[in-house]
Design a protein around this ligand. Structure first.
Ligand SMILES: Nc1ncnc2c1ncn2[C@@H]1O[C@H](COP(=O)(O)OP(=O)(O)OP(=O)(O)O)[C@@H](O)[C@H]1O
Ligand SMILES: [Mg+2]
Length: 330
């Protein structure tokens, strides 16, 4: 496998070999299109246009000693292919231009210099109605249109799900997982310590983790949180479905709700998301709350930390609420 580098001449040769550069088309510059951890992502600017390439390697781009499923970009590309037949979805995502399955490189439309929605975690940032409606429309359309019964391409993405499973359901609760939460926020380690000692919580997480790993019926984006939403000139766009799989819709809507809570969004927003979503897609609220809770716990206590503005007291309250939800009977 060829490891791509951000150097123009070798890239030109590579792109020409793929048929991704036209005759007389030359690269004028390359740049990092935005923040990312997992993959090598690059904007290619030519004398005619620009596009984005994304290579998935057998390691995590930001932490090269950490292994990762090398073929993940192929699953991501399959997601783009599947939604390509649904207008309302393809209008809200970059177009897939090409896929190199030998070197695990995807070529996609450049959405321009957008900003992702992680600013929502900052203080006093509230999602506006227009963006909110678009985000709900995207997931209701996705969950309502592509299912196990009506697709010829079932995506399992087991390797990525196992990686995510570790980070959501296992790693945060290991006694000695190497994360010093007090470095992130003094006092947080004690909050984690209490959760780690809760055997009922761990038993429930195990059950929920098995549901996440079981193959399901609906095509999910798999990572539907502010880091996957981009604000562009054409409105809000959704990117990065590398964790996609066919599974329970409660996981997706659960993750979205978890992030709106950690972003301290008003209660009316959270209720309106659940109402608007539920008006189109039937779901089990108990299961959704459990997936929301697992996501809150892992983001506050696990490795994949977010740039949260909320302080210790609010985080502690969210953790306590999540633990209660996890151990509450149906
Ligand atoms: N098609 C696109 N058009 C414009 N910008 C893009 C496009 N795809 C990605 N980006 C920018 O590059 C950043 C990284 O892309 P992406 O999230 O797909 O990479 P990643 O390695 O999977 O990231 P992460 O580790 O956060 O999952 C995005 O946050 C966005 O700013
Ligand atoms: Mg990603």
């Amino acid at each position: 496998m060829q490891i791509l580098q951000p150097t123009i001449k070798p890239l030109e040769t590579y792109l020409k070999n793929q048929g991704w550069l036209q005759d007389n088309e030359t690269i004028e510059g390359v740049e990092k299109p935005g923040e990312g951890n997992m993959n090598f992502t690059l904007r290619i600017i030519t004398n005619r246009r620009s596009f984005i390439i994304k290579q998935s390697r057998d390691f995590v781009e930001k932490y090269p000693s950490v292994p990762a499923p090398p073929e993940r970009v192929q699953r991501e590309a399959m997601f783009y292919k599947l939604i390509g037949t649904v207008d309302a979805l393809s209008r809200m995502m970059p177009r897939l231009i090409g896929l190199d399955t030998i070197n695990n490189v995807m070529n996609m439309e450049d959405l321009g210099a957008g900003r992702d929605f992680t600013f929502l975690y900052q203080e006093n940032q509230v999602l506006n109605q227009k963006d909110l409606s678009a985000l709900i429309r995207f997931v209701t359309t996705l969950h309502g249109s592509i299912s196990r019964e009506n697709t010829d391409h079932y995506i399992s993405n087991k390797a990525m799900r196992e990686l995510n499973h570790e980070h959501i359901f296992v790693y945060p609760y290991l006694d000695d997982n190497g994360i010093n939460l007090d470095d992130i926020l003094p006092g947080l380690q004690k909050v984690a310590h209490r959760a780690k000692g809760n055997t009922t919580l761990k038993k429930e997480l195990k059950k929920l983790g098995a549901i996440y790993l079981a193959d399901g019926d609906h095509l999910l984006h798999g990572d539907y949180f502010p880091g996957s939403w981009l604000r562009t000139n054409e409105g809000i766009q959704v990117i990065d479905p590398e964790f996609c799989f066919f599974g329970p819709v409660e996981f997706e809507i659960g993750v979205m709700i978890a992030h709106l809570k950690m972003a301290n969004q008003p209660e009316e927003i959270i209720e309106s998301v659940l109402l608007q979503y539920g008006a189109v897609i039937g779901f089990d609220p108990w299961l959704q709350r459990r997936f929301s809770s697992a996501e809150i716990l892992r983001r506050i206590l696990g490795l994949a930390q977010l740039p949260l503005a909320i302080g210790l007291e609010r985080r502690k309250a969210l953790v306590e609420e999540a633990v209660e939800e996890m151990i509450r009977k149906e």
